[in-house]
Every structure is written in C-alpha cells, then in structure tokens.
Write a protein that binds this ligand. Structure first.
Ligand SMILES: [Mg+2]
Length: 194
C-alpha cells in the first residue's frame, strides 16, 4: 500500500499531438473537408470542428491502421513525465483506445517509441477512466465521465476546445508542478497504511 501521490496522465492531446497530426492529414489529403474548418478547434470531438457531412469520413481516418503511430510528442511532455516522477510521485498513463483491433497496440508502440519501454509498463488502457484510482487526472477532455464517481481530481490539459470549462488547467510549458501541488493539497486518499 502506498500513500505516494498517484498522477494519471492522458495520452492523446496531452502527450501525443493527435489534433496536430489530424489537421495536417486532412489539409494534405482532404482539402474539401479542410475548407470547412474555422481555423480553431472549438469542439473536443474532432469531427465536430468540420461540416457535419464529413463526420463519418473523419472518424474513419482515425481508425486507419498506423494513425496513432504518426503522432508527434507534445512540447515538453517527455520532460514533464520525468519531472512528475522527480517529485517522488507515481505516474501512470491512462488512455482510451478507439474501436479498432489495433489502436490499443499502436498507442503502446507509440509510447515505447517516444517515451521508452518503461512507460508502456506504466500505461493503463481503458475506455472508462473513472475506474482507475488516483489523486489527479490530467486530461484535455472537458467531460471525463464513466460508471463511478472518480477518486481523482481532474486538471484540464489546456486546449482551445476546453476553455469554456471552469477547471484548473495546465500545459507542460507552464509551472505545472505548482498547480498539481495545490490540487494535491485538497486530496486525502482513503488509503490505510498497514
Ligand atoms: Mg486526450
């Protein structure tokens, strides 16, 4: 049993720049779809940033084999994970795959390639993050919901599409450690030390 703070970190658009690659891909291969983009991502659901008539086509692109392997590391992400560990905190990556037979393994392969094998061992793949215990979840999704009331406090990873949500937020180029320390101070985990 541990009383070490446990920090959960989302993968897409927190560690891996999914939106960046997605926009490049559409601009390059589907200019007719790209023309319906306002220039700013205003919806967390990526396809909703374009004309609704392209929604199925856009979602199919994300289900392409190899999609997740193409993503670039978010600025500062790798150093940030190390900085969280340097605090003595336990850190886990928590990620929800899309509904293909290969997206989960591609996400793990991406982690091995960009962060190292030790981080693949610290990755939890689930479509329901409320089922994962922790003190803090850093996630760009403004509405992380699931089956149970989560034990973690949600810190938003700042993105243009989540700014309407009044929540503590950070990026890896901010003083994220101070913000996390403040949020941890609100928490007392119900763990017993035996
Ligand atoms: Mg995400």
């Amino acid at each position: 049993l541990t009383i070490t703070p446990l920090i959960l970190v989302d993968q897409d658009n927190v560690l891996a720049d999914q939106c960046g690659y997605f926009l490049q891909l559409i601009a390059r291969e589907y200019p007719e779809i790209y023309r319906t983009f306002s220039g700013e991502l205003i919806s967390f659901d990526f396809e909703k940033n374009f004309s609704p008539r392209y929604a199925d086509q856009i979602m199919a692109l994300r289900r392409r084999r190899g999609f997740f392997l193409q993503l670039e590391l978010m600025p500062g992400a790798k150093n940030a994970l190390h900085a969280l560990q340097q605090q003595g905190w336990e850190v886990r990556i928590v990620t929800a795959p899309v509904r293909t037979s290969y997206s989960a393994s591609e996400k793990l392969d991406w982690i091995v390639a960009h962060l190292g094998r030790e981080w693949a061992e610290k990755t939890i793949i689930t479509r329901d993050k409320t089922l994962v215990q922790g003190d803090i979840l850093i996630d760009d999704n403004p509405e992380v919901r699931g089956l149970i009331l989560a034990t973690w406090r949600h810190i938003l990873y700042d993105q243009s599409y989540n700014r309407k949500k009044n929540h503590p937020r950070l990026t890896w180029t901010d003083d994220f450690l101070s913000l996390i320390k403040t949020q941890l101070a609100y928490k007392t985990r119900p763990y017993t030390v035996l």
